[in-house]
Design a protein around this ligand. Structure first.
Ligand code: SAH
Length: 218
């Protein structure tokens, strides 16, 4: 199978067609080999319009959702970004091509290890991954120009707001465990936070101190 053809179709039909116009995002989605981030048996589905299982009851996000969240950060290229929920590492790879440095936190060690391996193979060297509870952010490295949360949160964890630079953007799904609203929060120069609802979405739960408690997750 020629994956570059499948990737072109993915970008045209799922991403451009739904209104993503950020040229840099489109180019990166055309370039990153998404099939390498799923198990061999699912590689033929890697460019389909859906999320896919990656083990440990977790999923690689739908391509359109990756593009939409990335575009919502309005990246220029010189940013330091925090990502919560490394998962397969696909979103991490996309971000790494668009910014100066990506700090990514994953709570499940095997997923972080697998992601690290693929990202190294692709020679993406501007990524720091740590295994930890990402709901408290990464205080040592703050502030960030952008924070992207790839798991659904019951509320907006206050640490993310504290760790956002002035002008910085936080993109995260907020809602219950079944469905959420993708929300963008911008830290304005006057110190206030502007809050925008972008679209409905469905993510696996953000589990941790400032998210869902593990016992409540099915
Ligand atoms: N962007 C990833 C999405 C993975 S799904 C991809 O496309 O592959 C969300 C990930 O968030 C899961 O791997 C899950 O383990 C992780 N996660 C959930 N709660 C977390 C927390 N508190 N800290 C860090 N990672 C968390």
């Amino acid at each position: 199978m020629d994956y570059s053809v499948a990737r072109r179709r993915m970008v045209d039909q799922q991403i451009s067609a739904r209104g993503i116009v950020d040229q840099r995002v489109l180019e990166v989605m055309l370039a990153i080999p998404r099939h390498l981030f799923v198990e061999v048996g699912l590689q033929g589905h890697a460019y389909g319009d859906a999320s896919l299982p990656i083990g440990e009851k977790q999923t690689i996000s739908q391509p359109y959702m990756v593009a939409a969240m990335t575009a919502a950060l309005e990246l220029q290229g010189d940013e330091r970004i925090l990502e919560i929920g490394t998962g397969s590492g696909y979103q991490t790879a996309v971000l790494s091509k668009l910014v100066k440095r990506v700090y990514s936190i994953e709570r499940i060690a095997v997923l972080a290890g697998r992601a690290r391996k693929i990202l190294d193979q692709l020679q993406l060297s501007n990524i720091n991954i740590k295994v930890a509870d990402g709901t408290v952010g990464w205080a040592d490295q703050a502030p960030f120009a952008g924070i992207l949360v790839a798991a659904g949160s019951p509320d907006v964890p206050t640490r993310y707001l504290e760790q956002l630079d002035i002008g910085g953007k936080l993109v995260l799904p907020v809602g219950d465990q079944d469905q959420q609203i993708l929300t963008r929060i911008t830290r304005q120069e006057d110190g206030r936070f502007k809050r925008e609802k972008l679209m409905g979405c469905r993510f696996v739960p953000l589990i941790g101190e400032q998210g869902w408690q593990l016992e409540t997750v099915s």
